[in-house]
Write a protein that binds this ligand. Structure first.
Ligand SMILES: [Ca+2]
Ligand SMILES: [Ca+2]
Ligand SMILES: [Ca+2]
Ligand SMILES: [Ca+2]
Length: 232
């Protein structure tokens, strides 16, 4: 069975997201993720490089063919940044900063994940990530990041184009005093009218309280405690 056919299942395709995300643009990594088939002598003349870079005065686009079908599946967009030399007299140099990465994880030539980056060359940090989970061309999940940690996940679990679940995360300390990024609150629109109607509150990653909006003013007014074993 071909790799392409295997990956037509959304679950299988998404399982390779981690592999693609880790590909990082180096040729060696790309080959490790999906070894290209050995080309015959005739074919090898037509084989394109798995990584291609196109650049101009403003920046560059890097195209990477992950599955060896000669069609790019990962696109990395860079902007040029002038960097001061090591000493005041040294000439300025131009370096590339990653601003966006687009991934086609099921190899249908349609982008399924877009990652957004901010920061100077070599210090880029992911600030946002968009996922098309069901491969219909519409974003269903958006993750927001600060200093490398996710702060908010917006989810469209109903796949109707409207966000219905908002999960908020906070960087805190665990019992050993080590930093841990934990879910603190989850808001849900359970009836699909676009307005939040259920608020879930979490302590140490465990749900402790549920709030509901009884009078429709958009804020929770009825609260229910949740014990350690689940809802009472
Ligand atoms: Ca490809
Ligand atoms: Ca795709
Ligand atoms: Ca979608
Ligand atoms: Ca609602």
């Amino acid at each position: 069975m071909s790799r392409l056919r295997l990956l037509t299942s959304p679950v299988l395709a998404l399982s390779c997201v981690a592999v693609l995300s880790a590909c990082g643009g180096s040729q060696a990594d790309t080959k490790a993720a999906a070894p290209a088939p050995v080309a015959t002598e005739a074919e090898s003349n037509a084989v394109t490089q798995p990584v291609q870079i196109e650049s101009d005065a403003n920046g560059a686009i890097e195209r990477i063919d992950v599955n060896g079908d000669h069609k790019p599946d990962v696109f990395k967009f860079y902007r040029n940044v002038e960097v001061a030399g090591a000493t005041p007299d040294a000439p300025k140099t131009t370096k590339r900063a990653l601003v966006r990465k687009e991934l086609d994880v099921n190899f249908d030539q349609r982008i399924d994940i877009v990652e957004f980056y901010e920061g100077e060359p070599g210090k880029e940090q992911k600030v946002k990530e968009e996922f098309d989970l069901d491969f219909d061309g519409r974003v269903d999940e958006t993750r927001h990041y600060k200093d490398g940690n996710v702060t908010l996940i917006e989810l469209d679990l109903g796949f109707d184009g409207k966000t219905d679940t908002w999960s908020y995360y906070q960087l805190t300390q665990n019992e050993e005093g080590k930093p841990v990024n934990r879910l603190v609150e989850r808001r849900r629109d359970t009836n699909g009218d676009g307005a939040v109607d259920v608020w879930e509150y979490y302590t140490k990653g465990v749900i402790v309280k549920i709030g509901t909006d009884s009078n429709g003013d958009g804020t929770p007014d009825v609260f229910q405690r949740v014990d350690q074993k689940g809802a009472k």
